[in-house]
Design a protein around this ligand. Sequence first.
Ligand code: NAD
Length: 451
Amino acid sequence: MSLSIIGMGYVGLTTATCFAAKGQNVLGVEVNRDKLKNLKLGIPSFHEDGLNKLLLTNIGKSLHISYDLNSAILESDISFICVGTPTIDGEIDLSFVKNCLRDILSILKNKDSFHIIVIKSTVVPNSTDIVFKKIIEEEFQFKVGKDIGLCVNPEFLREGSAVDDFMNPDRVVIGTSDELSEKKLISLYECFPGVPIISVSNSSAELIKYTSNSFFATLISFANEISNISEKLYDTNIIDVFEGLFADRRFSNNQKDRAKALPGLVTYLKPGPGFGGSCFPKDVKALAACSTSLSFEPSLLNAVLKVNEFQPYNLLEHAKRLVGSLSKRKVGVLGLSFKSNSDDIRESKSIELVKLLVHEKAIVYAHDPMAMKNTRDFLKNYSVNYEEDLQKVVSKCDFVFVCVDWPEYKNLDVVVNSLNPNIFILDAKLFLDKRKYKHIAAVGDCRLAHD
Ligand code: NAD
């Protein structure tokens, strides 16, 4: 089968490269000329472990990337739409997907054979069967299931481990409304032997993706809510509190070695600066807005978002409780990306914190192993000192927030104790060894730590 993949962002490029590496013939399409120029040279526009190498191995062989949608559609059997679905005022903006769909349909007017269009972008439930189907049948007079297959194949990769997630999926979810498309998509995914395929309706596939992201976001906000309560109490230790929760046999399915049996989802039950990135905030907002539009008030989703929005303010207040006003003080922010191993700063809580610190009139020093350029471009109008050298941040600052658990910060104590042992650290990721620092606090630390 030949595949066309439209939109060479995080999802599209990873999908295209991985399918090509699995031996499929892949035609990638990208409208951004700068991105395209680099991609043709085998350079992705973002960092993802292993992607560069895989791209260089396959580009010009089983993977061809261009601006030419026309040839890509005519020469392929299945098209994956992987363009962005941002939110505007909290509601999903389907315009990129709709534009892309209309472009594909115009080209399909000149093609006789059955063509399958797969929505890989994250779209709110009923978008495919109601909004996109209407465009196909009413605007272009094609019949879904007869002339064109219309499917949903949500993507579950995580930035930071995108290639590994795509190559080793825990499941593949396929939404279809006709048997031929279902059969073809299932056979395409046979190149991932042994992976369970969940074949459902288009709308269920759409809702599975939102359920997954909303579930993990809910765990994070739950952990942050408990942590925020803990900060107000006397003599609590948030790590002990969560260990106490995880010791419950329901977490480990009654297995003897509980530590090993704990499910991966407990990593989301950990206090921190809040969730960011291109998916969780936007998808929870979009599902909440979708629910409201259906006259059902999504109280829990709204609360999840509210807790999350509050986290940077909470970090700032925590710091002020520890050392007083931050105005005119030299304050470091370590970690700017929304998570480690990524240079993506979309909706990053560190960026929110930097903005709050600038408003507080702190003298801000920012550091990140990968996301400095993106932050500099994004915060053009904010007075921030960008410091490539971690040692310089530590020597210059009175106070430092550690917002991302980059491996580079794990042994921060070595730098701190040799250069500036009196600096105050606020560990927003709960990952530093407190015993190694003179002045340190972490999210969830109760009053005892700072009274
Ligand atoms: P992105 O912004 O990184 O990439 C989108 C790309 O599409 C851009 O390069 C853009 O130039 C290109 N594009 C837009 N319109 C186009 C068109 N008509 N023709 C060709 N190219 C076009 O977005 P992303 O992070 O890859 O996300 C894409 C979708 O996948 C979104 O719906 C997102 O919610 C979902 N998703 C993202 C992730 C993630 O971790 N980033 C994970 C799962 C699902």
